[in-house]
Design a protein. Structure first.
Lengths: 123, 107
């Protein structure tokens, strides 16, 4: 079974750092892009960016450039999303998802989703 | 505010049909495929439609998608109470982009 399993909920203080994980199984993790998607409380989904675990090529939405870092470890089939200094406005649920296919664009759909990681940033 | 515009909410009675629109531009929907996702309360999003009108395995044919020019439409027929959820369109515009989401209420 193809699945993505994310790390557990986090409660942090403003200014702290954080790295959340998304582990893939049941497929060749290296050869499919992984997307990160944010769901703010009471708001809609936001496309944050994608990473190709095979070579760690990354495409970030302009809204998130400089705010987060995406990385991947092929050996453990795990993608990561990290913050160096959290803000209260980072409070959200973060999903990783497997992108079906990318060519010049990646508009082919995300077919497998992680269960989500809820991040709460509060003093 | 997303570059893809969806109605904030739609509603219909069980058994009826509902359509959800997603309006974009020539730089996104006009030149790229559209996907649709369903997000049930408290759950992760699920892919309903990809490449404008294709259904993944396991998605009932009550769900269908279409695209014309710079707009896309998700149609759900034979509405069930279990269809109450948020629905999102998604495509590409230099980077990926989601619509603002539509809350479906089954009266």
């Amino acid at each position: 079974e193809v699945q993505l399993v994310q790390s557990g909920a986090e409660v942090k203080k403003p200014g702290e750092s954080l790295k959340i994980a998304c582990r893939g199984s049941g497929y060749d993790f290296r050869t499919y892009w992984i997307a990160w998607v944010r769901l703010l409380p009471g708001r809609g989904l936001e496309w944050m960016g994608i990473i190709y675990p095979g070579d760690s090529d990354t495409k970030l939405s302009p809204s998130f450039q400089g705010q987060v870092t995406m990385s991947a470890d092929k050996s453990s089939s795990t993608a990561y999303l990290q913050w160096s200094s959290l803000k209260a406005s980072d409070t959200a649920t973060y999903y990783c998802a497997k992108v079906r296919y990318c060519s010049a664009t990646c508009s082919y759909g995300m077919d497998v989703w992680g269960q989500g990681t809820t991040v709460t940033v509060s003093s | 505010q997303s570059v893809l515009t969806q109605p904030p909410s739609v509603s219909a009675a069980p058994g009826q049909k509902v359509t959800i629109s997603c309006s974009g531009s020539s730089s996104n929907i006009g030149t790229n495929f559209v996907s649709w996702y369903q997000q049930l309360p408290g759950a992760a999003p699920k892919l309903l439609i990809y490449e404008n009108n294709k259904r993944p395995s396991g998605i009932p044919d009550r769900f269908s998608g279409s695209k014309s020019g710079t707009s896309a439409t998700l149609t759900i027929t034979g509405l069930q109470t279990g269809d109450e959820a948020d629905y999102y369109c998604e495509t590409w515009d230099t980077r990926g982009v989601f619509g603002g989401g539509t809350k479906l209420t089954v009266l």
